[in-house]
Ligand binder design. Sequence first.
Ligand SMILES: [Zn+2]
Length: 282
Amino acid sequence: MRAIVLGSGAGGGFPQWNCGCVNCRAVREGRPGFLARTQDSVALVGESGVVLVNCSPDVLVQIARTRALWPQTARGTPIAGIVLTNGDLDHVLGLFSLRESQPLAVYATASVWRGLEQSVFVRTLRRFEGQLEAHELVMDETVSIAGFSITPFPLAGKRPVHLPGEPEVGDNVGLRVRGRKTLVYAAACARVRPLPCDVLLFDGTFYREDELVRAGLGEARAADMAHVPIEVSVEAASLQATRRIYTHINNSNPILDPESAERRAVIRAGWEIAFDGMEIEL
Ligand SMILES: [Zn+2]
């Protein structure tokens, strides 16, 4: 059993189409050590199929370059289920690319489902009876998919702007995944909290609280977007997983520069930095 990081970038990916920041320019120009990144998603490859954790707008590219996701029959998919951890566009837009009359089992909390049901695109996944198998994720209740036991737990987050309604506990969840080892996925997390496990995939969106403001890329601070910055999490004693890996990395993040002091600080503190195609034994 293993996990494959399909996409290690935050919303927008790396480079982001409309961004000319120093990082995006460097990766476009092919500067050594700058790796392009698609948007956040993880494949859990089990004994009887694959679980997609989130469904990024880049899912078709991610499937095309990942052998474990290729069909084995004339029409079909090894994807046994898709688990959504929130309703962010970078986590759900890919669902609508996976139509083609393919039955899909999708798992999400009631609050994320309510948001999705308001999207007209959901109809494209309901062209015939049974095309969309909708499962409700309930906090702290374990579901079994493809040999993995997956337990959602509440994580401080933010309701995406495109979903109407008041914020709810189910708007953002982390996942505890048990194969032979335990993996915790917490790629969108507003506050550090104890997350004991063998492998932690953690929110590496921003290095600094005011990163976008400093770089002239926006007004929002990390807290406004419900992401704890690396400068806070990197030395956090409560995040003592055996392997700690930053993922969901925004294009503004200085750890994308292989020569940066920030990259060195992260490595020195014992963290790894996810990349597209990274494989993790579970
Ligand atoms: Zn950029």
